[in-house]
Design a protein around this ligand. Structure first.
Ligand SMILES: Cc1cc2nc3c(=O)[nH]c(=O)nc-3n(C[C@H](O)[C@H](O)[C@H](O)COP(=O)(O)OP(=O)(O)OC[C@H]3O[C@@H](n4cnc5c(N)ncnc54)[C@H](O)[C@@H]3O)c2cc1C
Length: 395
């Protein structure tokens, strides 16, 4: 891979830079750093509206759907330029990065017409209702059920860890529509209006004190069949499109680490003379960050060729979680007792860091993937792939 811009990439970067220099907002809070979440959400919404109004709303969506029709390399360039200005990592990423591509791949023309425009312009925003108390790593074990009633489905169950569900208009939801077949085969994918009667959203308070995610209770919620995305009982395939795009989004998260600020903090707190251990640790974190950027480029370019980069994504996810933990612990050591005495950006980041070991697939599950795909070890024995869901032992 050549890391220098080609002529067309340089032209794209220049265009992006000119746009961002003129339009990037000065106020753009972060969803991990303890800022007021409702305010941050409104800032991110306003920014997406500006991007969409100027044709920068979705870099890789085809032009026919309002995107820029660009490839993964342009997406990397764009993300890099956004992050330089601190305006990347939007709370609307589920919609633009995951729901949009899934609708484009699996939606009917009517669904694409109905949902994509408002999504792109942030007139309607989206959350993800996949995980359940008993189904996270083993997502296909989900128990929320949808039962047909005329032209509608009646959905009942509980979802959890739903980021931003308290802010959003729609949710992508997977539910069991046939329990008599093996677990991967009886799932259907729906587009859920979050204002439907029977939905209760309860924010969960994290140890940071913020509420990023929520429990969502579904009590006989009526969903029209026209809001079913993809084939009946074929939801697992549709889900894979969403998860593939989630992996792509996770890769870019290494930019969440503000390395220059970490460096400045360590230098400041040690009166300009960081000790040997701190210097070595800083160098280690910096090396990890650079490796992650290169791995991310590899993952995105593979995805751009339509290849699912399972092993690379898992290595990247593991390395990202380790780097975030190490970097934020280093910040705490640099702050010393002050880390305990008051709230602040790094204190908050430190408390949020364990989430990187869980969100988007836990570190243990990523290690399993590496064991199978990189080391060639036998697949983990689960023994439940061919058993009808309603015959599985469940707690
Ligand atoms: C910040 C954050 C945001 C999130 N946002 C969303 C969202 O918007 N929508 C959504 O649907 N979900 C969301 N999630 C949920 C996330 O996808 C799940 O937490 C994740 O998939 C793990 O599932 P779980 O929490 O049920 O843990 P479990 O699957 O119950 O795992 C519990 C423990 O067992 C280990 N384990 C499980 N299976 C294995 C195995 N086969 N081998 C070895 N160890 C194993 C795990 O590593 C973990 O340590 C979010 C999570 C976080 C942290």
């Amino acid at each position: 891979m050549d890391f220098n811009d080609s002529a067309s990439e340089a032209a794209f970067r220049a265009e992006a830079t000119a746009f961002l220099d003129e339009h990037a907002p000065e106020e753009f809070g972060s969803y991990t750093s303890g800022d007021d979440q409702e305010l941050v959400f409104q800032q991110h919404k306003a920014w997406q509206k500006t991007l969409a109004a100027h044709g920068w709303g979705a870099i890789t969506w085809p032009e026919v759907y309002g995107g820029s029709g660009k490839g993964p390399i342009e997406q990397i360039i764009w993300n890099g330029e956004l992050n330089k200005r601190g305006v990347g990592h939007s709370m609307l990423a589920v919609g633009i990065g995951m729901v949009g591509p899934t609708l484009i791949a699996h939606g009917t023309p009517e669904q694409q017409e109905r949902y994509l425009g408002p999504l792109l312009k942030a007139d309607e925003t989206w959350c993800q209702l996949f995980s359940e108390p008993g189904a996270g790593s083993d997502l296909a074990g989900l128990a929320t059920k949808a039962v047909r009633d005329g032209d509608d489905w009646i959905v009942s169950g509980q979802k959890t860890w739903c980021s931003g569900a308290q802010h959003n208009h729609f949710g992508i939801l997977i539910a069991r529509t046939d329990p008599s077949v093996p677990k991967h085969k009886g799932i259907t994918y729906f587009l859920l209006d979050m204002n439907s009667p029977g939905i209760e959203v309860r924010p969960l308070i994290e140890m940071t004190g913020d509420s990023h995610f929520n429990e969502v209770f579904l009590n006989e919620v009526r969903v029209p069949d026209r809001a079913r995305l993809g084939p009946l009982n074929g939801g697992w395939g549709v889900t894979q499109t969403t998860l593939m795009n989630e992996r792509m989004a996770m890769g870019g998260l290494s930019n969440l680490l503000r390395f220059d600020e970490l460096l400045a903090l360590v230098v400041r707190e040690s009166d300009g003379k960081p000790g040997e251990t701190m210097r070595a640790e800083l160098a280690e974190v910096y090396s990890q960050l650079r490796c992650l950027e290169l791995l991310n480029a590899r993952v995105v370019s593979k995805l751009g060729r339509g290849v699912i980069p399972t092993a690379e994504s898992s290595v990247m996810k593991l390395a990202l979680a380790r780097m975030m933990t190490q970097a934020n612990a280093l910040a705490m050591r640099a702050l010393g007792p002050k880390a305990l005495l008051r709230q602040g950006y790094w204190q908050n980041e430190y408390l949020f860091a364990p989430a990187f070991h869980i969100a988007g697939g836990t570190s243990e599950v990523q290690k399993n993937v590496c064991a199978e795909r990189v080391l060639g070890l036998p697949r983990e024995a689960t023994g439940d792939r061919d058993t009808p869901f309603d015959q599985l032992a469940r707690s």
